[in-house]
Design a protein around this ligand. Structure first.
Ligand code: HEM
Length: 141
């Protein structure tokens, strides 16, 4: 991810977060439409859950300049996700729902550059989490 992309993410993130709860609801509605099989994995309050996801992404944006700390945070998160029943293939669905939500939330501001920047962030975060999840399976086996 380039410094320009990190900047784009910070600006557009601030924009969508003005209506955090609505964005969270939009995201989960979309996710459960394209991946209904993941709905039973969510036991807690969805509004609260939406905030956690968005807050973690915000944290990731803030930590882009401190990759070692970001990786440690995401590895712990990934291990907990294995416990929630999250599978490797679910990461693509979550990424798809996230980009769709940003497109709806940003409207005309969702340019190709914005799409590319968020895609790069999500792929990087998801890759770290997917690898850590596999590491856990290998360690246990
Ligand atoms: C970039 C990827 C993701 C981020 C940043 C993220 C973030 C979070 C955070 C912060 C929590 C709160 C609990 C904790 O800290 O352990 C959480 C819980 C959870 N996440 Fe994720 N998540 C991601 C991907 C996914 C994917 C791909 C799934 C698959 C459907 C998923 C399903 C869940 C579930 C089921 C919970 C527990 C909810 C509950 O207890 O009701 N997450 N996630």
């Amino acid at each position: 991810m380039t410094p320009g992309q990190a900047q784009i993410i910070k600006l557009t993130f601030a924009q969508v977060m003005r209506d955090k709860d609505a964005v969270g609801r939009l995201f989960y509605d979309r996710l459960f439409t394209i991946a209904p099989e993941v709905k039973p994995l969510f036991k807690g309050d969805i509004a609260e859950q939406s905030r956690k996801l968005m807050d973690t992404l915000a944290l990731a944006v803030g930590m882009l300049r401190d990759m070692p700390t970001l990786v440690i945070t995401l590895e712990g998160l990934a291990r907990r996700h294995v416990g929630y029943g999250v599978k490797d293939e679910h990461y693509d669905k979550v990424g798809e729902a996230l980009l769709w939500t940003l497109e709806k939330g940003l409207g005309d501001a969702f340019t190709a550059q914005v799409r590319d920047a968020w895609t790069a962030l999500y792929l990087a975060v998801a890759q770290i989490m997917r690898d850590a999840a596999k590491g856990k399976v290998a360690a246990v086996a």
